[in-house]
Design a protein around this ligand. Structure first.
Ligand code: FES
Length: 163
């Protein structure tokens, strides 16, 4: 499915709600790895948001990248439960071993997976009970683990898609 088709799908799911912009930004970032100007133009064309509106929302949320960044973004939780289960060692390992052209590694606050700590998100795909072995494979083959955000916002459309 092309980016334009995916943005049309976002429009169908969120016909009126402002939530469409967040979902659209995720689609653009999934496509390019960051909020590429061509993606911003497509958001304008398909959803009718101005470039200024797109940039004001994209710059507010830290998980949207306004500069070129690899497609795969690994956010490792380092809050209490994950920290107690070795999250900082995993974060250090990931930062030292990630190919910066392939995987962007960052630290994040609790992602609600404390009962499966240590946990992380790869572009919104939950990763539970992280180990160094799993991380090694993920850093080499991120596409194998990355399911993107699509199901996440499709699940939420029922709640947030209505004005
Ligand atoms: S503390 Fe890491 S998921 Fe909650």
């Amino acid at each position: 499915m092309t980016l334009k088709e995916r943005l049309e799908n976002v429009k169908r799911i969120f016909p009126k709600a402002d939530s469409a912009l967040i979902a659209a930004l995720h689609e653009v970032q999934d496509e390019y790895g960051w909020i590429h100007p061509d993606g911003v133009k497509l958001i304008e064309e398909v959803l009718g948001y101005s470039e200024t509106q797109v940039h004001s929302v994209a710059s507010f949320y830290h998980f949207f990248h306004l500069e070129p960044t690899p497609k795969h973004k690994l956010a490792i939780c380092t809050n209490l439960t994950c920290m107690q289960k070795g999250a900082y060692e995993l974060l250090k390992f990931a930062k030292e071993n990630a190919d910066p052209k392939k995987v962007f590694v960052e630290e994040t606050e609790c992602i609600g997976l404390c009962d499966h700590a240590p946990a992380a998100l790869l572009n919104g795909t939950p990763l539970k009970n992280l180990t160094v072995e799993l991380l090694k494979d993920l850093l080499e083959n991120p596409e194998k683990y990355d399911e993107g955000h699509r199901e996440t916002y499709e699940d939420m459309a029922e709640t947030y898609g209505k004005d």
